[in-house]
Design a protein around this ligand. Structure first.
Ligand SMILES: Cc1ncc(COP(=O)(O)O)c(C=O)c1O
Length: 384
């Protein structure tokens, strides 16, 4: 089994998740998918939402499920009623998928997208935010932890700055849920999105959102699917819920949803034992990288998650990934274009991303250190 240090891509599913999904699929294959869904209705329609609400500390009626974090984000943000001149604040850490939607909304709705400045160390300039927040700021969007580097943004403090303001506050928690305690109540946001497959160690094809009442009031979803809406006459329909599920689509993979539910339960057990925190092994990863000549950490901010990225001066990140994989160590390549504003400023087109999680032990990092040392020492031959 390889040493898996790519949780920021997709975490390793614990046995309980795999067994739950396998049993569900077998039941579908033997007894029919709709029939299986009916038998599991209480978990699929209620249980998973209740557990998810506990994980992010939010009211259950504000939770919705999707097939990716991007679907969750675009379903909510894409349906906002925005007006020409509305100001949108983002940080340089905004995820590229979210930026594509902002770019589209700039064209379609005439909003202005502004980038909050950073302090020299890379943290967002909170004093600037305090001084400049006004009623024409319609939305503030912050990733809790970005895709391309390990800064933990101060989302709770930003929430306190924005409290009582007109603006909607959006938090992309894709890389934080599962490795950091995440509380919608403490953050004070209107939208929080995430993926099941990363630090929650759930299955692929799962995403979720907390969609708060202020955001729901400011949104006009272009469509409501049949799990929440009925045609009531030839030319009228009615939506049966005011809750967040109105942003969902009806069709989904039951196996993925029960797998996500198992992953969420597993996470809550770890939370009860006080184990939800970034893996302390990230510090050893940084030490290893810093000790090797010709490497540069991409490491802004004063608080760090279990996500370490670095560039090697003479070896492309893709080559490092391949060579480490050949030695039984999984890392990934963070594309600069996925966190483009920050990475472009720092001249990074690709970086090696290392993201250990709770299942990793110190030996895994020593294996990584040994393999990386070998790859970089063999550099001239490898590059030729
Ligand atoms: C910070 C961040 N936001 C959003 C996403 C998009 O998630 P998904 O691939 O589930 O749409 C990612 C994916 O890596 C991410 O790192």
């Amino acid at each position: 089994m390889p040493v898996h240090l790519n949780t920021a891509g997709a975490g390793l599913m614990p046995p309980a998740v795999v067994e739950t999904m396998t049993a569900y699929l077998r039941e579908e294959a033997e007894g029919g998918a709709y029939e299986t869904e009916q038998r599991h209705a209480s978990a699929l329609e209620q249980g998973v939402y209740e557990t998810l609400a506990r994980v992010v500390d939010a009211p259950v009626g504000d939770m919705a499920l999707f097939d990716s974090a991007t679907r969750a984000w675009t379903s909510a943000v894409g349906s906002l009623r925005l007006h020409p001149g509305d100001r949108i604040w983002i940080t340089p850490y905004e995820y590229a998928g979210n930026l594509i939607l902002w770019t589209e909304l700039r064209r379609r709705a005439g909003v202005h997208v502004e980038v909050v400045p950073l302090l020299p160390g890379g943290d967002p300039d909170l004093d600037w935010m305090r001084r400049n927040i006004r009623e024409d700021v319609a939305v503030v969007s912050v990733p809790h932890v970005p895709s391309g580097c390990g800064i933990v943004n101060p989302v709770e403090e930003i929430g306190r700055i924005l409290a009582g303001r007109r603006c909607l506050y959006l938090v992309d928690a894709c890389q934080s849920v599962g490795q950091l305690p995440v509380s919608v109540r403490e953050i004070g946001c209107d939208l929080l999105t995430g993926a099941g497959r990363k630090f929650l160690c759930g299955p692929r094809g799962t995403g979720f959102a907390f969609v708060g009442p202020r955001l729901r009031a400011a949104a006009s979803p272009p469509f409501h699917d049949l799990h929440v809406a009925d045609m009531t006459s030839d030319d009228a329909y009615e939506v049966r819920t005011e809750g967040a599920r109105r942003f969902e689509y009806a069709e989904r993979s039951g196996a993925a949803v029960v797998g996500l539910h198992a992953a969420l339960r597993h996470h809550l057990e770890r939370a009860e034992r006080g184990e939800v925190r970034p893996s302390p092994l990230r510090d050893r990863v940084r030490e290893v990288v810093e000790s090797l000549p010709g490497t540069r950490l991409v490491d802004p901010g004063s608080r760090h998650a279990s996500l370490v990225t670095f560039v090697c001066e003479h070896v492309p990140a893709g080559r490092v990934r391949e060579e480490l994989a050949a030695r039984g160590v999984n890392v990934w390549v963070a594309q600069g274009s996925h966190t483009p504003l920050h990475m472009r400023r720092h001249g990074v087109t690709e970086a090696v991303r290392v993201s250990p999680h709770h299942h990793n032990g110190p030996d895994d990092i020593e294996e990584f250190a040994h393999a990386l040392g070998e790859v970089l020492r063999r550099r001239p031959a490898a590059v030729l």
